[in-house]
Design a protein around this ligand. Structure first.
Ligand code: NDP
Ligand code: GDR
Length: 384
C-alpha cells in the first residue's frame, strides 16, 4: 500500500486529493493546524476513527512554520509521496501578512525538502509542490506555458516563486523526485468563501433566496482561467507517477472576466444582470427573471418568490475599492499542452458545468438556512 502525506489536507485541494488517493488504495496522512474551532469540515466525510485498527486516513497536528514538527511527522510516516498543498493562499491577504506568507509559503517548502534530505528519504519520497499561475503575474506573454518568464505581483506570488525554485534546485542538486504543478485557478463547491468565484456563487444564491440585497466586488475586469479542483488534483497525482520529475502547467486554456462569471452565475438561476456605469461607479442591476428557470433550479414557485425580487430593476452589485489589490494580475490563460501530451491529462469539467455545480450547492446550503430560521434557529454568517 502506497503512503501519502498531504499538507493542507483541510483545504479545498487537500480534501479532493485525499478522496482521490483513498479511492486509489493509498494510506493517507494529513497535516492539520490546531484551531480553536473544528476545521475539518471538508474532510469529515473521509474521517476514520483512530481507534480502529490501521485506519487509512490519519491526521497529525502540524504547521509549515515548524521544522521540527514537519521533520518528526515525515520521519514517522516515511511517505512515498508528499503533496505540499499547505499555504496562506489568499493573494489579497498576503499584502496584509507578507512576512507570515513568506515563512509559510516560501520557507515552508524548504523545510519539507530539507527534512526529506536529512532523513535520507531522497530516493524514496516523491514531492509535489503546489505552484501557481500567480508566478506569471504581470503579463509577459499569453497563453502562459512552462517556458513563460515569471513576474510575481504579490507577497504570495513572491513566496511561491521561492518555493518553485527551491523545488527545482533540490531536484537538480540531490536528484530528488520533486516537481512543480503550475496550476491555474481551480474552484469547486468546497472553494474558500472569500475567493472570487465562491464569493459570487454565495451572493447569487443568497440574493435569489431573498437572504441578501446586494454585494460588493473589486476588479470586475480581471481575467482568469478557471477549472474544477477535482480535475486538478488528478493532475497532481499524475505528475508524481511519471518516470522523470518535471514541472507542468495545468489549465483549461480558456479565460473569462470576473464580470462574466457573475453574469453566468445569475443566469444559472434565470436571473439577468446588466452592468451600468464605469470604474468605482459601476453597478450591477437585475433587469428580469426567467420564472421557469428560477423555479426549476430553486424549487421556489412564483407565489413564494422573495418580495425583494418582485420589484425590478433592482441594484444588487456595487464596487468597493477595498477589494482592489495594490498590484493586480490582469490576465491569466494557461497552455497545458505538455500535461495533455505527457500526463494524458484532460479536464472533465467546463466553466458552465463548474458554475452549475457551485450555484446549486450554495442554493442548497442557504435553503437549509431558511429551514433552520423557520424552525426558530438563529443563523449568523460572516460575509467578506
Ligand atoms: P486553501 O486555502 O483552501 O487550503 C490551504 C490549506 O493550507 C488549508 O488546509 C490550511 O489550513 C493550510 N495551511 C495554511 N497555512 C498553513 C500553515 N502555516 N501550516 C499548515 N497548514 C497551513 O487552498 P487550496 O486548497 O485552494 O490550494 C492548495 C494549494 O495550492 C495552496 O498552496 C495554494 O496556494 C495552491 N494553489 C491553489 C490554486 C487554486 O486555484 N485553488 C491554484 C494554484 C495554486 P486551515 O484549513 O487550517 O486554514
Ligand atoms: P486569485 O483568486 O487572486 O487569482 O488567487 P481570487 O479568486 O481571490 O481573485 C481572482 C480575481 O478576482 C478579482 N476580484 C476579487 N477577488 C476577491 N477575492 N474578492 C473580490 O471581491 C473580488 N473582486 C474582484 C481579483 O482582483 C482577482 O483578479 C487564487 C488563489 O487560489 C491562489 O492561491 C492561487 O495561487 C491562484 O488563484 C492561482
Amino acid at each position: 500500500m502506497k503512503v501519502a502525506l498531504i499538507t493542507g489536507i483541510t483545504g479545498q485541494d487537500g480534501a479532493y486529493l485525499a478522496e482521490l488517493l483513498l479511492d486509489k488504495g493509498y494510506k493517507v496522512h494529513g497535516i492539520k493546524r490546531r484551531a480553536s474551532l473544528f476545521n475539518t469540515d471538508r474532510i469529515d466525510h473521509l474521517y476514520q476513527d483512530p481507534h480502529v485498527e490501521d485506519p487509512r486516513l490519519v491526521l497529525h497536528y502540524g504547521d509549515l512554520t515548524d521544522s521540527m514538527n514537519l521533520t518528526r511527522i515525515i520521519q514517522e510516516v516515511k511517505p512515498d509521496e508528499i503533496y505540499n498543498l499547505a499555504a496562506m493562499s489568499h493573494v489579497k491577504v498576503s499584502f496584509d501578512t507578507p512576512e507570515y506568507t513568506a515563512n509559510a509559503d516560501g520557507i515552508g517548502t524548504l523545510r519539507i525538502l530539507e527534512a526529506v534530505r536529512l532523513l535520507g528519504l531522497e530516493k524514496k519520497t516523491r514531492i509535489y509542490q503546489a505552484s501557481t499561475s500567480e508566478l506569471y503575474g504581470l503579463v509577459q506573454e499569453v497563453p502562459q506555458s512552462e517556458k513563460t518568464p515569471f513576474y510575481p505581483r504579490s507577497p504570495y506570488a513572491v513566496a511561491k516563486l521561492y518555493s518553485y525554485w527551491i523545488t527545482v534546485n533540490y531536484r537538480e542538486a540531490y536528484e530528488m523526485f520533486a516537481c512543480n504543478g503550475i496550476l491555474f485557478n481551480h474552484e469547486s463547491p468546497l472553494r474558500g468563501e472569500t475567493f472570487v468565484t465562491r464569493k459570487i456563487t454565495r451572493a447569487v444564491a443568497k440574493i435569489a433566496l431573498g437572504l441578501q440585497d446586494n454585494f460588493y466586488m473589486g476588479n470586475l475586469d480581471a481575467q482568469r482561467d478557471w477549472g474544477h479542483a477535482r480535475d486538478y488534483v488528478e493532475a497532481m497525482w499524475k505528475i508524481l507517477q511519471q518516470n522523470k520529475p518535471e514541472d507542468y502547467v495545468i489549465a483549461t486554456g480558456n479565460t473569462t472576466k470576473v464580470r462574466d462569471f457573475i453574469k453566468k452565475s445569475f443566469s444559472e438561476l434565470g436571473i439577468d444582470i446588466q452592468f451600468e456605469g464605469e470604474g468605482i461607479e459601476e453597478v450591477g442591476i437585475i433587469e428580469k427573471i426567467d420564472q421557469n428557470r428560477y423555479t426549476e433550479v430553486t424549487g421556489i414557485n412564483k407565489n413564494e418568490m422573495p418580495a425583494s425580487l418582485k420589484e425590478l430593476p433592482k441594484k444588487v452589485l456595487q464596487i468597493d475599492p477595498r477589494y482592489f489589490r495594490p498590484t493586480e494580475v490582469e490576465l491569466l490563460i494557461g497552455d497545458a499542452t505538455k500535461a495533455k501530451k505527457k500526463l494524458n491529462w484532460e479536464p472533465q469539467y467546463d466553466l458552465d458545468g463548474l458554475i452549475k455545480e457551485m450555484v446549486a450547492s450554495d442554493v442548497d446550503l442557504f435553503k437549509r438556512d431558511i429551514h433552520l430560521r423557520k424552525a426558530g434557529h438563529k443563523i449568523l454568517r460572516q460575509e467578506e
